[in-house]
Design a protein around this ligand. Sequence first.
Ligand code: 8ID
Ligand code: ZN
Length: 358
Amino acid sequence: MANFTIPKFQTAAVVDHSGADIRIDHQVPVKSQEELLPGECLVKLDCSGACHTDLHAALGDWPLPAKTPLIGGHEGVGIIVAIGNNTSNSPVKLGDRVGIKWLADSCLNCEDCRKGREQNCSKAKLSGFTVDGTFQEYVVSFVNHVTPIPEAIPSDEAASILCAGVTVYRAIKYSQTSPGDWIVLPGAGGGLGHLAVQYARVRGLRVIAVDTGEAKKELCLKLGAEKWIDFMECKDIVSEIVATTSGGAHSAVVTSASGAGYKQAVDYLRPGGTLMAVGLPGKATLEASIWFTVFKSISILGSYVGNRQDAVEAINIAARGQVKVHFVTRPLKDLEDVYEGMKAGKIAGRIILDMSQK
Ligand code: 8ID
Ligand code: ZN
């Protein structure tokens, strides 16, 4: 059996209270093997993606508060170096390379879990929100929910599939679309959005990417979007989409981090169209004409990360090379600066934090 040396202390990026700057702490305790509870595993992380959700958690701008002090992060990949004593029927073993997702754990026995909506389990533990996440060298996670990473995909390429990828994969899966249909992606140049462009193409959908700036435009068109709309420049997004799609899009998957991305979605969908709400602005409300929602038979659905099966499906598509995360690698200590870039909307694709560069 593999034997790993586990240090007593490690480096982590800590948020002391909501709205505080990131503090890099080199003396954060690491749980020893004996301290792990049954079902828990310790993962030595190679890297972690930085999701806009981590920024919401650090700012405390959601209706639900995160734990504090908080170690954020929920797109981690690493090796299992310890498993709690008395863990039974573990689907993973020491030395396995696994991914850590937003949904760190769920009970697997309640109605939500049994129906495959594990993310809605009332006992769910959330990485980087209700339990410490992947912005540290060693994270405690749970054997039943970590995702085995196929050999074909390197850790840095796999990381953002674990939140951004899974989330948009599932949203598109339930978007009630068929090959050849039009899908609008507000937020297309961001972390979730640029993967949505690719998962949509894998399903044979025709993509209208909505976002802003040259870098995001170039990225979206390179990834297979058929049409680009800059939301800062376009005067009439509804007419533009209705004209391009000869009568309205079949679906919109909104991954914008602001409420503005949701505006007009019901207006540019064709009858029978589906709005998938994914982006999570904390205080915005969805304004839609009830009359036209009914008259056009529009579906409005919330889509929240994915279950274990969605994760396996999303990572397998990426491991086959059909979807690729566009990313820049930075050291963990740059996290505060990464958040500044995210606030300013300057990041096309994702930033991956390399845990070996402290
Ligand atoms: O399970 C879920 N539903 C889930 C999972 C993971 C993340 C939801 N999220 C949420 C995040 O909490 C965040 O609110 O999805 C949102 C997007 O996360 P992200 O992709 O990690 O954020 P980003 O990389 O900053 O991308 C957001 C993009 O939205 C664009 C920005 O320019 C950026 O490229 N955008 C904005 I802000 N306003 C827009 C608008 N009006 C817009 N694009 C089009 N129209
Ligand atoms: Zn996320």
